[in-house]
Design a protein around this ligand. Structure first.
Ligand code: 5GP
Ligand code: ZN
Length: 114
C-alpha cells in the first residue's frame, strides 16, 4: 500500500533490522524500544488492524500468531515470558495503520500499562 511505513519496511525501501521472517510475515526491531527486547511482527500484506486481519484472512492471522511465537523463541523469551500488544485505533494509540504485534521482554513488564 502506498504511503504505509510498514509496507515500505517489508519491501525493503526503508531499512530495518530483521529478527525473523517467513513468506507471510516479517519481524524487525522497534526503532524506539520500550523494553530490552522490542520486536514488531507484521504480515507482509497490508491490513489495518487485528480485527480487519482476523475477519479478512484467518490463515494469515494464525501465521502472524506463529510468527510471534517464533520471535519469542529466536529472542530467548519463551522461558522468561514476554508481552504481546496490538495497539488499535485512537484510544489504543495506534500510530502506524498496518497491523503489528509488539513483542516485548527481558524485563518485568508493568501492569496495567499507563
Ligand atoms: P504503534 O504506536 O502504532 O502501536 O507502534 C508503532 C511502532 O513503530 C512504535 O513503537 C515506533 O517506535 C515504531 N516505529 C515507527 N517508525 C519506525 C521505523 O521507521 N522503523 C522501526 N523499526 N520502527 C518504527
Ligand atoms: Zn502497510
Amino acid at each position: 500500500m502506498a504511503d504505509c511505513l510498514f509496507c515500505s519496511i517489508v519491501a525493503g525501501d526503508i531499512p530495518s533490522t530483521e529478527v525473523w521472517s517467513d513468506d507471510r510475515c516479517y519481524a524487525f526491531r522497534d526503532v524506539n524500544p520500550k523494553a530490552p527486547v522490542h520486536v514488531l511482527v507484521v504480515p507482509r500484506s497490508h491490513h489495518l488492524n487485528l480485527a480487519e486481519l482476523a475477519t479478512g484472512d484467518a490463515d494469515l492471522t494464525v501465521a502472524l500468531m506463529r510468527g510471534i511465537a517464533a520471535v519469542a523463541d529466536a529472542e530467548g523469551l519463551a522461558g522468561s515470558g514476554y508481552r504481546v500488544v496490538f495497539n488499535t485505533g485512537r484510544d489504543g494509540q495506534q500510530t502506524v495503520n498496518h497491523v503489528h504485534a509488539h513483542v516485548m521482554g527481558n524485563r518485568a513488564m508493568r501492569w496495567p500499562p499507563g
